[in-house]
Design a protein around this ligand. Structure first.
Ligand SMILES: [Cu+2]
Length: 120
């Protein structure tokens, strides 16, 4: 009887977890250059992220490349323009509609030297 109650309790815990909004699968801070400013997303060429984890949770790293990062309504983009060097923190949501979501972004001094890969 106790075992059954425990199983039921565990079951409801798991169900609870399913209903909760999914947390990010990863959070990273990197630097890059803004290549485009859209209404819901920024195109940013970012520096290499050696600690980046793939969908399976394995550290795969990510080289420097241009990617589209979505941003939430209300994020402070004051002064962020095409060509700006920036530091950004973003979340990865593998199962989400917007896989890459910026949570913070700051303009860096214009003379900041970034290690960015060219187009390929
Ligand atoms: Cu990338």
């Amino acid at each position: 009887m106790r075992a059954l109650a425990l199983v039921l309790a565990l079951g409801s815990l798991l169900a609870c977890e399913d209903d909760a909004p999914a947390g990010p699968d990863g959070v990273y801070t990197t630097r890059g250059r803004v290549e485009g400013v859209g209404r819901t997303a920024l195109a940013i060429r970012h520096e290499a992220i050696p600690t980046f984890r793939d969908r399976e949770g394995q550290v795969s790293g990510m080289g420097s490349m241009a990617m589209r990062f979505f941003y939430p309504e209300g994020l402070d983009l004051e002064g962020i323009e095409e060509g700006d060097p920036v530091e950004l923190t973003f979340e990865v949501h593998w199962s989400g509609e917007h896989t890459l979501l910026i949570t913070a972004i700051d303009e860096l001094p214009a003379e900041t030297e970034l290690e960015l890969a060219a187009d390929h």
